[in-house]
Design a protein around this ligand. Structure first.
Ligand code: 3NM
Ligand code: MG
Length: 521
């Protein structure tokens, strides 16, 4: 019978985690809450104590019909008749353990690279413990932090194998659904998650396990199935754009902008032109006690059915934790979150911010210029296919591929802006040629696309790529219309004309008039 790996408890007996409680009591509570497999992991105790505790644990797990595995110590597993062992890369070799243990014993192997995973599969491992997912204080000597991107790359490469898989490291209630969703490769998903502190150190291990079981068995609030391309995908999408713009005007969505102060005024004017309801949270430089709790405010703001835009243009020391609070609140509700990693590669601090944000939350859309998108791609702990070391300017095909690969990796939508914009949901890639060079000469025009996208993602949830495409087309066609006005002589006169044209399209769409679009895209 296959082992149920879905909620895999790994024990820890260190005082900081066990907090003076009896391990067997904690494990029994976790079992009541729905843990499906238990690994006894104790790196410190003497052999005699290990065997005593393992024996007591086994009595408990047997009552719940759940297998007990022993970390590292094949001798302890044999001594108490445990159902199996879990072996790290530096523990006993697989073939030796296999020979010593009963035929039907479960053997799991820790793997953090594709080579290790393939070797464990070839050896005949029952399951792989894949990690480290996120850096964790529970185990500080981990070999490498691979995140969902690294896990997805391993799953994708071993998708022909039926081997079981669990992710481990830093998994908790607020990230477990994203871990399962973003790690998934087209043909292989994780079978479960392995948890230490979020259950063992919890005040109520039973309630914690119950909560995990509930989260694991329901889809992530932001989960969406990507749409398979149709025969004439680009045409089919274009055909739908005017109705999506009409829908947006009807809904007039709310977008919560955590945005930089340079562009706030312009973005606010764009929002007004198209009737978007706008909330601005400006990052001020310097610590301000009144501004600092703004991340917490998101808990209330996300109750309105709107989107969140994280624009890190004027990053401060407090920004990242505020962003993270806000992203968490919106992710929990499944409301759209847009990330504009402004200046992502510019400084060490920004590169770290990108890394922290990317590993800490789900973004429905990542929007940036080529350099920013390249940085986001390369910030993954796993360097893949060397985009980083590629030429400094990518050609069209490479840009399309980068947008698609990044979207596929994060299971979201990516918009790479430029003279040609590349938009992808991991399956479809759309190149948009609209727009005008003046857009590049006015500050805030790129940032406003983040807001516009939030607006359209809120109005149209079922196809995120179509939603974002509709927004950019409305925006860039308005820019073309504005630039063609006789009185527009440069970026200065362009701005008011651009706002007028956005307003004109919104007004037309509100009356059901699609003529602004016909023949323009
Ligand atoms: N093994 P927590 S990470 C036991 O990467 C263990 O192989 C890891 O603890 C690995 O759930 C880890 O408290 C600790 O973060 C995971
Ligand atoms: Mg080990």
């Amino acid at each position: 019978m296959p082992v149920d790996l879905s909620l895999y408890l790994v024990t820890d007996s260190t005082p900081a985690i066990l907090k003076g409680r009896d391990l067997c009591t904690v494990v029994e509570e976790a079992l009541k809450g729905g843990v499906t497999i238990v690994q006894y992991r104790d790196k410190k105790s003497d052999t005699g104590d290990l065997i005593d505790t393992a024996k007591r644990l086994h009595e408990v797990t047997k009552r719940y019909g759940v297998p007990l595995l022993i970390n590292d110590r094949v001798d302890v597993a044999l001594a108490i008749g445990a159902e199996g062992v879990h072996l790290g890369q530096d523990d006993m070799r697989f073939d030796i353990a296999k020979k010593l243990l009963p035929k039907d014993a479960i053997i799991g192997i820790s793997t953090s690279t594709l080579d290790e995973a393939q070797k464990a599969i070839a050896d005949g491992a029952d399951y792989l413990g894949i990690g480290t997912m996120f850096a964790t204080p529970t185990k500080t000597n981990t070999k490498s932090v691979i995140g969902t991107a690294g896990t997805q790359a391993i799953l994708s490469a071993i998708s022909d194998s039926s081997v079981g898989t669990v992710a481990i490291g830093g998994i908790n209630h607020s990230n477990v659904q994203r871990v399962l969703y973003q790690s998934q490769s087209p043909k292989k998903a994780l079978d479960g998650v392995a948890i230490v502190s979020a259950i063992v150190a919890a005040d109520e291990p039973k309630a914690s396990a119950e909560q995990f079981a509930k989260l694991i068995n329901s889809p992530a609030p932001f989960a969406l199935t990507t749409q398979a391309p149709r025969a004439n995908e680009a045409e089919a999408l274009l055909h739908e754009v005017p109705q999506i713009v009409r829908k947006m005007v009807e809904v007039h969505p709310l977008v919560h902008n955590m945005i930089n102060f340079v562009v706030a005024n312009f973005v606010a004017n764009v929002a007004l032109s198209i009737l978007m309801v706008l909330l601005l949270t400006i990052n001020r430089s310097g610590a301000s006690p009144i501004m600092s709790p703004y991340g917490d405010e998101a808990t209330d703001l996300c109750k309105f059915d709107g989107a969140l835009l994280i624009n890190m243009g004027t990053l401060t020391s407090e920004s990242v934790s505020n962003y993270q609070k806000a992203v968490k609140a919106y992710n929990t509700r499944g409301n759209p979150v847009i990330y504009d990693p402004v200046g992502a590669a510019a400084t060490e601090i920004r590169r770290n911010a990108v890394y922290q944000l990317m590993t800490g939350g789900y973004f429905d859309l990542i929007k940036g210029n080529e350099g920013e998108i390249r940085q986001v791609w390369g910030s993954s702990p796993v360097q893949q296919r060397g985009v980083d070391s590629g030429p400094s300017t990518l050609d069209g095909q490479q840009k399309a591929k980068l947008a698609r690969d990044l979207a596929r990796r994060g299971r979201n939508v990516v918009l790479m802006t430029g003279a040609t914009d590349y938009l992808s949901d991991g399956e479809r890639v759309i190149a948009v040629e609209n727009g005008h060079p003046y857009l590049g000469q006015v500050t805030g025009t790129g940032c406003a696309i983040g807001s516009i996208s939030g607006c359209f993602l809120t109005a149209h949830r079922s196809d995120r790529l179509l939603a974002v495409l509709s927004g950019i087309l409305m925006y860039e066609i308005a820019a073309e219309n504005a630039a063609s006005k006789e009185y527009v002589r440069g970026p200065g006169s362009f701005v008011p004309a651009f706002l007028d044209e956005l307003y004109a399209i919104r007004t037309a769409a509100g009356k059901g008039d699609d003529s602004w679009f016909v023949g323009r895209a």
